[in-house]
Ligand binder design. Sequence first.
Ligand code: FE
Length: 344
Amino acid sequence: MAFKKTTQKVDINKRKIINGEDADVVQLYPIKHTFAWEAYNAANANHWLPTEISMQNDIEEWKSTKVLSHDERTALKIVLGFFTTADSIAANNIVLGFYRHITSPECRLYLLRQGYEEAIHTHSYQYIVESLRLNESEIFNMYRENQAIYNKDAFILSFNEGILNPHFKTGTVESDQKFLENIIIASIIMEGIFFYSSFAVMFGFQRQNKLMGSAEQIQYIMRDESMHLNFGINLVNTIKEEQPELWSKEFQSHAIDLIKTGVELECTFATEVFPKGIFGLNADNFRQYIQHIADRRLARIGLSEQYRSPNPFPWMSEAIDLNKEKNFFETRVIEYQTGGTLEW
Ligand code: FE
């Protein structure tokens, strides 16, 4: 795009999520995609850092032979093994993929914040690993050793690579559908489904009053991730409005197939890593839960529900699905908002 000297102002009607006019510099105003501006402000208000959370009790519990069973220790390690990869894949996708092709300045502004949050999440796993003195290379290399984690990551990366390719450009129906497919892969499946059995396990610890410091960090991460998912859903729905030709019947059934494949990969992950179940949650519970949340994601982007499974973990909906992003951790939000107005 040529950068020329002109008094002609940006035309908001030409602003689009992809293939818009204003890709050279960020002229934030006039804001068209208000969902992105709202997400950016909400994310700032939710700011947190892992090192603010005390890990002292977790350290004692991990050292003790009486608090955690062998299966619980294994579960924590596998969950961390998956999480460490998920957030770095997400970060690469944002910085090397989404940011290059999304032309809405307000969406790009949120993506900058989202990328930082993925870094905070990776920091959080490092902080847990270091506090508990886990074997770092065991956790961080697990995605290459554990088949179920490998399969989930390989699935995401096989689609990701298309838009991360330096020669990839939006602008044709085929390439725009490829980009849309990648939002479904990265936001709906990765951030909206692949995190969730692991979130359930961490909530399991919390419900047993164990590893509360680690669980609290994952709770903050869950709050961030539910916003990332929401943003991804808004991207999909806005692109559908701006370029309705992309949302063909064929593409819709392709999107359903992708989400169904994601559900199977997540169910396999949950049954393989928790073969005997954990905290009284068995493989069937995990399957129902994953199908239940997949239906919710499908409905949010206007696709038909595929499973109609009941929600076996209602305590998860209370914690995550109620859209409490803005007031979930009220005290901390207020602390940061006050921090922002300090006199320097
Ligand atoms: Fe994310």
